[in-house]
Design a protein around this ligand. Sequence first.
Ligand code: ATP
Length: 283
Amino acid sequence: MDATSRSAGADGAGPPPRAVLLDVNGIEVIYNHVILVLRGVSLQVREGGIVALLGGNGAGKTTTLRAVSNLLEGQRGEVTKGSIELRGERVEKLTPAELVRRGVVQVMEGRHCFAHLTIEENLLAGAYTRAGRAEVQASLEKVYTYFPRLKTRRASQAAYTSGGEQQMCAIGRALMANPTMVLLDEPSMGLAPQIVQEVFEIVKDLNAREGVTFLLAEQNTGMALQYADYGYILESGRIVMDGPAADLAANEDVKEFYLGVGGGQRKSFRDAKSYKRRKRWLA
Ligand code: ATP
């Protein structure tokens, strides 16, 4: 696939779109040799973008991120069809550590901080692919400027910090690898709305000021579409819709099934999900 796209408009108006950093092309993923979970997922992430991968429980968001960061093996999963390219280079055969060296780092769902380590020890663990001590120290200071709460809590054992602090620690740990792209799995999970917003604001800042690209798997569609520039909606292992975040947020189906707003009355997410199974999106 073409790694760069056409420049915007024949009159040259607007900046040209950025190059494609990640190109996932028609991947199928199977767990335990029999359970087909992704059925031909394609998506692109451009350099410097924030792309949201949306969908309900079990849609395949985590599986897609694991396929990109090559973390399927431990789950007895494998990519059986399609390709994954990073800047035009096939990466399906790389190890997770090689991907980290190429700038792709995943923040797992559920945060996964090392409970018995301090916040600072957790952050330093994220720098395992980096050699220079001074560089690592500079990254640590940078993480603390984005997450001042972590600086305050640097000596606390992670187990005794709040869910929000652990989420920040998990993102901070990913940043210690100096990534080009962070795959962020459900950062809002289990957090109070105010903390979710705080986390998303930091993501936006990291994107704007450090140029970090994000691929963000989220069930919190409303929040994700506020911060993303582009979104994909996954349903039962297939992408059923994609577009600029503002277009998705304004789309009637998305409003009805994912934002809980439809026909003038709010629906619970659970109602929307059971209804959406009967709906044919692309009919
Ligand atoms: P959630 O938000 O609930 O994590 P998700 O969209 O991230 O949902 P996945 O975790 O990718 O979805 O799961 C997609 C499907 O794959 C689900 O039906 C799930 O049960 C199945 N699945 C996930 N991991 C495994 C595994 N290791 N072995 C077998 N099936 C799995």
